[in-house]
Design a binder for this molecule. Structure first.
Ligand code: MG
Length: 279
């Protein structure tokens, strides 16, 4: 892949790397029912090994609830952001967006209404995620999707028009969020402001859905690297395209090799310096 020589160049001289990934469709293959999504054991092993490298920070930023994504990844020492960044925990940080707390009970109520709307449609599902909600329709027959979306709009459109909630659309999913401009990009900016990453850290973000686009923007602004997984129906901002979560795995492995090489190089330079000083 043409990315490697360029990436090797970008990584040269860096002593810290912040690798942020989305979960579904990026680390874990997409499945019909979201509760069945699993991260492959090999990916978990890779993430653990990456984390063991000095100067490597890892984070998972997902649309799932914080509790859910943390449980599915299950690696201590990572930064986890759930609900598209409305909540975050890890590396001594703890954050919940005030708007999410403020709108929680109202969104819960809307969610109950939506449960009734989808009740008759086989393959659709409303998921309450502690702070925000998702309506999934990956399992709904194509011929029934239009009618389902119209019924959902009857409940949601007036609420959205009144500014009481914000809707974002993903791959076979509708996200219902508090009415504030916040998401994966904003939480990355917030994270960078916390001062936990060394100055000059190299940023990487890998995602697959529309909600990841704002993360690409935030990371690109910092001179980082962005990659998108799977076929894309829109113009993505991501710099690189990966085929599937399996290729993400191969990619992370290659990044790890590169880090190991750069660490060896660094060590060699240090010892060469010692030797020359000894002369
Ligand atoms: Mg995803």
């Amino acid at each position: 892949m043409a990315v490697w020589p360029k990436l090797a160049e970008q990584l040269k001289g860096r002593t810290a790397w912040v690798i942020l990934c989305d979960f579904d469709g990026t680390l874990a293959p997409i499945v019909l029912r979201p509760e069945k999504a699993r991260m492959p054991a090999r990916t978990r092993q890779l993430l653990r090994r990456l984390l063991a490298h000095r100067g490597v920070f890892l984070g998972v930023i997902s649309g799932r609830s914080l509790r859910d994504v943390r449980g599915r990844v299950g690696i201590p020492g990572l930064i986890y952001a759930g609900n598209h960044g409305f909540e975050l925990a890890g590396r001594g940080l703890r954050f919940t967006h005030p708007a999410a707390i403020q709108h929680r009970s109202y969104l819960r109520k809307i969610c109950r209404k939506l449960e009734k709307v989808v009740a008759g449609t086989h393959g659709s599902q409303v998921e309450w995620k502690d702070l925000t909600a998702s309506v999934h329709w990956r399992g709904v027959k194509a011929s029934e999707r239009g009618a389902l979306k119209r019924r959902l709009a009857t409940v949601l459109a007036p609420e959205e028009a009144a500014g009481r909630l914000r809707l974002t659309r993903g791959l076979c999913v509708l996200e219902i969020r508090p009415p504030v401009d916040w998401g994966k990009g904003a939480v990355i900016d917030w994270l960078l402001d916390q001062g936990i990453f060394p100055k000059g850290s190299f940023l990487i973000f890998i995602g697959d859905d529309r909600t990841d686009e704002e993360a690409y923007r935030a990371v690109a602004r910092e001179g980082g690297l962005t990659a998108r997984v799977g076929p894309c129906a829109w113009r993505s901002r991501a710099q690189y395209q990966l085929r599937d979560p399996e290729e993400v795995q191969a990619w992370l492995q290659a990044v790890m090799r590169m880090l190991a090489r750069s660490a060896r190089q660094h060590k060699k330079e240090e010892s060469d310096e010692l030797v020359s000083r000894g002369d």
